[in-house]
Structure formats: C-alpha cells, structure tokens
Design a protein around this ligand. Structure first.
Ligand code: COS
Length: 379
C-alpha cells in the first residue's frame, strides 16, 4: 500500500487548485446568487484538460488516472461545486461511458470533442416517476427499423440547457423490463427535442438543471450505445464511476468548508483569545479533520480499484455514501464555527452547506447506496 501521490498526480492537483483560486473564486458568489451557468469557466476547464481527464489521448483526452480525477474534483469543488458537477458529468457519465462502450464512429464523432470540452455532455436517466427506481423507465425508444422514435420526459438533468450531446436512457421492449432498455446519443437541436424549465435550486445554483421533453424524436440506429437492450446495464456501470466523482465533489465541499473554518478560528477572538484556543472549537475541528481524512481514503481506494481494473461498484457506493454524509455535517459545523458570519454569503460556508445537500441525492441517494452496499454483502 502506497499513500504517496506521484508527481503527475500532484501536478494535476496543484493546477486544479490554482485554477479554482484564480478563475472560479472571484465570481462564485455572484453566479450562485443569479444562477449563472459558468460557461466561460467550463470552456477554460476544457482547455486545461479537466473535461476529459481519463480519456485516452487518441481521443483527445488527458490519459490520466482516476486518482488524479479525484484530486482535481476535490480542488474545484472546494471553490465551485456548480463547475465541478458539470465536470463530473462530462468526465464520468458521458466520456467514460462512450469510451468504454461506444463504437469507433461514435468515439470519433462525439468523444474527441467532448474530451476537450468543445462539446458538453448530459446524462439523462431520471424521470418524473423514475429516480431511485431506475428500471421503471417511461421514456420509450420505439424500434422503427433504421431509427428509434423517442418519446418521454427526463427530469433534473445536469447541464440540461447547455449540453450539446445527451445520452438518453429509454425503454424499447417494455415486456423485457430492464433488459429492454437502450442508451441513445441525442444531439441538441434534434426535431421534437425541447428543453423545459430551468430548476430554481437550493444549491449548486450555477449548475444548469432542466427537464427535457422528447416528442417523436428520430434517433438513427447508429446512435445506440452497445448491444440492443444494454442501456440499463450501461447506466448502472456508468453510475458506478460517476459516484466516485460525486464522492470527490462532496470531499471538496467538506475540505473547502474545513479550510475556511480553520482559518477563521485562528483569526476570530472571543473571551480574550482566538476561538481556535477554545476546546469547544478544537473538538469540532478535530472531528471535521478526522472525517475528511477518512472520506478521502475511501474515495481514493475506490479510484485506485477502478484504475487497477478491479470491481469498484461497492466501494464507489461506500465512498459516495460516507463522503456525502460527512460533507453535510462538516459544512454545517463550518457555518457554526463562523457564527453569524457563517450565515451570510460573503463567507462562502453557507453556500458550501447548501451545495453539499445535493451530494446525498444525485447519482443515487444515500438510501440507494445502502441498497447497493448491502446487496453486495448479502448476495
Ligand atoms: N453494474 C452492472 N449491472 C448492474 C449494476 C451495476 N452496478 N447494478 C445493477 N445491475 C443490473 C443487475 O445485475 C440487474 O441485471 P440482471 O437482471 O441482468 O442481473 C439489473 O441491473 C437490475 O438490477 P436489480 O434487479 O438490482 O434492480 P432493482 O430495481 O432492484 O435495483 C438499483 C437497482 C436500485 C440498484 C438501481 O435502480 C439504482 O442504482 N437506482 C438509482 C439510480 C440513480 O442513481 N439515479 C440517479 C439518477 S442519475 S443523476
């Protein structure tokens, strides 16, 4: 077991930290307040290689490992989780799925441009009546010979209004249940595809979340990913990796809030000394640091298993479950340490606390992670 990062991993972490401080921090409160999608920031992240980090350089990716991805996700998420969720979806749910299961034409046509950030991707599984219960897909992809006819509605789609490429999960053979589901590549602007209202959210308010409507949208057969009926398996395997990304996001929210609380506790004085000299604050800091370190280790373990080609489904669920739960607690404690200042926007921690909540919900709720973990224990 080696707990040291290599030079490349450290360089990626430093580059992400530097970028987040210089390019994301200045406008982050404004983007949160006005729900402004960080299009320019995401474009720059693409130029720096953060949008297709693990993609093979043959397809214009960074050729990096999942550990580097976790480190970069943590640094970006410390400052702006609205940017990091766009990054996570593009890397984990769109690029990874296309590289692993797409055919060569699909990779040349789409992956080469998604990996550079020239195109932005979205992953469309959730529906008004199918979130956790993902096998109950109501969106249909009727097989009409040379194309599919797509009908239905998707909900809470990250990058929904700004993506160029949408991977849409839809039911082709309802009688076959989850074995009849397909994953289709849908381009923005396809006739019959409309983007619904933007959600007004508690957190990650810069992120662009929409419902999507498909009304007799013709999708050529060559846009199906994998074999006929592979779509549900595709979604589950893709989400296994996605959960590492969201765990790393939660880690960044927790460690970002902790760093702010630690610095503040050394500045702020009460009862004649720094509040960091009071045991009530010291114990909070100790608990926060311990849970962050534990979360970091489980995130890195899941990433390491993935990099070594081992099964990582259970560990990614554990990483997401644990890290998103502690992110909630750590961010709340960071607000508490800041006292009244913590409750106002200027000090950032209230935003991190609001942003952290979603990590317990998207890409599988905490309850779904417990189902995944317990099934792997008892099967
Ligand atoms: N990798 C590959 N295949 C998987 C898998 C995984 N990680 N997890 C489940 N599957 C397969 C199962 O093997 C089964 O296929 P077979 O019948 O061929 O064996 C199929 O998927 C259905 O699984 P299962 O019978 O366990 O279905 P359930 O409905 O009981 O539960 C859960 C599936 C709950 C695990 C799934 O629906 C899920 O993850 N839901 C949450 C979805 C989610 O994350 N939504 C958020 C939207 S994306 S932001």
């Amino acid at each position: 077991m080696n707990f040291e990062f290599n030079e490349e991993q450290l360089a990626v972490r430093d580059a992400a930290r530097d970028f987040a401080q210089k390019e994301l921090l200045p406008g982050v409160i404004d983007r949160d307040t006005h729900q402004t999608f960080p299009a320019e920031q995401i474009r720059k992240m693409g130029e720096l290689g953060f949008m297709g980090m693990m993609v093979d350089p043959r397809y214009n990716g960074g050729g990096m490992d999942t550990i580097s991805y976790v480190l970069a996700m943590e640094e970006i998420s410390k400052i702006d989780a609205s940017c990091s969720v766009a990054m996570s979806v593009n890397n984990s749910l769109v690029c990874w799925g296309l590289e692993k299961y797409g055919n060569e034409e699909q990779k040349q046509k789409y992956l080469t441009r998604l990996a550079t950030g020239e195109l932005l991707g979205a992953f469309c599984l959730s529906e008004p009546e199918a979130g956790s219960d993902a096998t109950s897909q109501q969106t249909t992809a009727e097989d009409l010979g040379d194309h599919y006819l797509l009908n239905g509605t998707k909900n809470w789609i990250t990058n929904g209004g700004n993506a160029d490429i949408y991977i849409v999960i839809a039911q082709t053979y309802p009688e076959k249940g989850h074995k009849g589901i397909n994953a289709l590549i849908v381009e923005k602007g396809a006739a019959g595809f409309t983007i619904g209202k933007k959600e007004d959210k508690m957190g990650i308010r810069g992120s662009d979340t929409h419902s999507l409507m498909f009304n007799d949208v013709k999708i050529p057969k060559e846009n199906r990913i994998g074999e006929d009926g592979f779509g549900f398996s595709f979604a589950m395997k893709t989400l296994d990796g996605g959960r590492i990304g969201i765990a790393a996001q939660a880690l960044g929210l927790a460690s970002g809030a902790f760093e702010l609380a630690l610095a503040y506790s050394k500045e702020r004085k009460a009862f004649g000394k720094q509040i960091a000299q009071h045991q009530a604050i010291q114990f909070k800091l100790a608990d926060m640091a311990t849970s962050i370190e534990t979360a970091r280790l489980i995130c890195l373990k899941a990433a390491d298993l993935k990099d070594r080609g081992k099964n990582y489904s259970t560990e990614s669920a554990m990483a997401k479950l644990y890290t998103s739960e502690i992110a909630q607690k750590v961010c709340s404690e960071a607000v508490q340490i800041h006292g009244g200042y913590g409750y106002v926007k200027e000090y950032h921690v209230e935003r991190l606390m609001r942003d952290a909540k979603i990590t317990q919900i998207y890409e599988g709720t905490s309850e779904i992670q417990k189902i995944v973990i317990s099934r792997s224990l008892t099967k």
